[in-house]
Design a protein around this ligand. Structure first.
Ligand code: PMP
Length: 433
């Protein structure tokens, strides 16, 4: 097989892509093959993948348990559109109803996380008859006009004419915002954030608010992880005001945090849950899932041409089956604990690691050049990513300041993989100034 190679890919990208799509690394590899938790580049070099295509490949790359049934489905029937009857989509909706918390039961299938959120926001407006929305500072929900308008990270807000009726609440980002008062606990800080939501509702809205949308763990914000206290108080406050809670599980869903959905760690049941990424394990699918009562408000005709078609729905069915059969929730907890403990050990030795946070195998290490001022170590994170890649390990980064190293591997990683990752990170942190 001959490949373009990294230079060839970059040359075509520069010539033919809209120039808004950036890639990681000074010297990026061209990936040509995947095998469970491993990737291979065009030179045949092997990599341990600790980012899973941004939390997508939870079941591993080209896993036969996922791709074989999908390939069979492609041979049998690819697409007729949901104006005709096929069965994978309804079977997947039924399977999702079984694994989602509370009374969440009815699904609307789409092709991406953005679309899932866009649909959930419309659903909330139809049910409540209200039109304003609340998001979180540093939340990220997509690329369309409405989801971008609800995204609270400047670098992802390209539109300069965002939708009106949208408000942002203070982010419960304890490490960066809460530690100003050294005696304050995370829960006390979160009480202030809840008070901010209450103030926002009272002072800055018409009172007619359809929904608040939040990620249970904020991926792009830098794996910001509130406590159960925050979500429980938030849900109670929203209930008081008749505001729906939309939980965006696009990045956190499907066993990554040790539960099927991250919000289950916090003891709260959302009114609408959105999913994408790992549901398809590399095939395009997304959905919003809600209750009988809320869904009943959406009776005008609607359809998505490709949403939940037989092929992507077969991927979803195979993912749900594999998560159970392979014990991915259990592995996310076991390997996540090993990784977290290893990172905390490294933090004792390497002052660059300011904070370690997250749940299961969705972990972030926030890098700072000074543990008092929390000056973000963005250049150092780039250097770490480059050196890890040279050693055959792919790891991610995110955060408003691009200084959070993100570890979100396929959930099939082994004890030896995590050890290999930690040993190499130890060496790299010693090299990075
Ligand atoms: N919500 C969250 C939390 C995300 O992380 C992302 C993508 N990174 C999206 C929504 C948008 O998903 P998509 O790219 O599939 O449209």
């Amino acid at each position: 097989m001959s490949y373009l190679g990294p230079e060839g890919v970059i040359a075509k990208k520069n010539e033919y892509f809209v120039p808004c799509i950036n890639h990681f690394y000074k010297n990026p590899p061209q990936f040509v093959k995947g095998e469970m938790q491993y990737l291979f580049d065009s030179t045949g070099k092997k990599y341990l993948d600790f980012f899973a295509g941004v939390s997508v490949m939870n079941c591993g790359h080209s896993n036969p348990a996922i791709i074989d049934p999908v390939i069979e489905q492609i041979h049998d029937l690819q697409h007729v559109c949901n104006i005709y009857l096929t069965e994978n989509g309804v079977n997947l909706a039924e399977a999702l109803a079984e694994v989602t918390p509370g009374n969440l039961k009815r699904s609307f299938f789409v092709n991406s996380g953005t679309e899932a959120n866009e649909g959930a926001l419309l659903m909330a407006q139809l049910y409540t008859g209200a039109h304003e929305f609340i998001g979180l500072d540093l939340g990220l929900h997509g690329r369309t006009q409405l989801t971008m308008s609800l995204t609270g990270i400047g670098m992802w807000r390209t539109t300069d004419t965002p939708n009106g009726g949208i408000h942002f609440a203070r982010n419960p980002y304890f490490y960066r915002d809460g530690r100003r008062d050294e005696n304050q606990t995370q829960e006390e800080f979160e009480d202030e954030c809840i008070a901010d939501v209450e103030r926002l509702i009272r002072r800055r809205t018409s009172g007619k608010i359809a929904a608040m949308i939040v990620e249970p763990i904020q991926g792009n914000a830098g794996i910001v992880t509130p406590t159960p206290h925050y979500f429980q108080k938030l849900k109670a406050l929203l209930d008081q005001h008749g505001i729906l809670l939309i939980v965006d599980e696009v990045q956190t869903g499907f066993a990554r945090t040790g539960k099927m959905f991250a919000i289950e760690n916090f003891g709260v049941v959302p009114d609408i849950l959105t999913v994408a990424k790992a549901l398809g394990n590399g095939f395009p699918i997304g959905a919003y899932i809600t209750t009988d009562e809320i869904a009943a408000a959406f009776t005008r005709p609607s359809a998505s041409t490709l949403g939940g078609n037989p092929v992507s729905a077969m991927a979803g069915l195979s993912v749900l089956r594999y998560i159970k059969e392979a014990g991915l929730m259990e592995n996310a907890i076991a390997r996540g604990t090993q990784l977290r403990e290893g990172l905390l050990e490294l933090a004792k030795k390497h002052p660059l690691i300011g904070d370690v946070r997250g749940l299961g195998l969705m972990l972030g290490a926030e890098m700072v050049t000074d543990r008092k001022t929390l000056a973000p170590a963005a250049d150092q994170v780039d250097e770490i990513l480059e050196k890890m890649k040279d050693r055959g390990i792919i790891v991610g980064k995110n955060g408003e300041n691009r200084n959070v190293m993100a570890m979100q591997p396929p959930l099939v990683v082994t004890e030896a993989d995590v050890r290999f990752f930690l040993d190499n990170l130890d060496d790299v942190l010693t090299e990075v100034k």
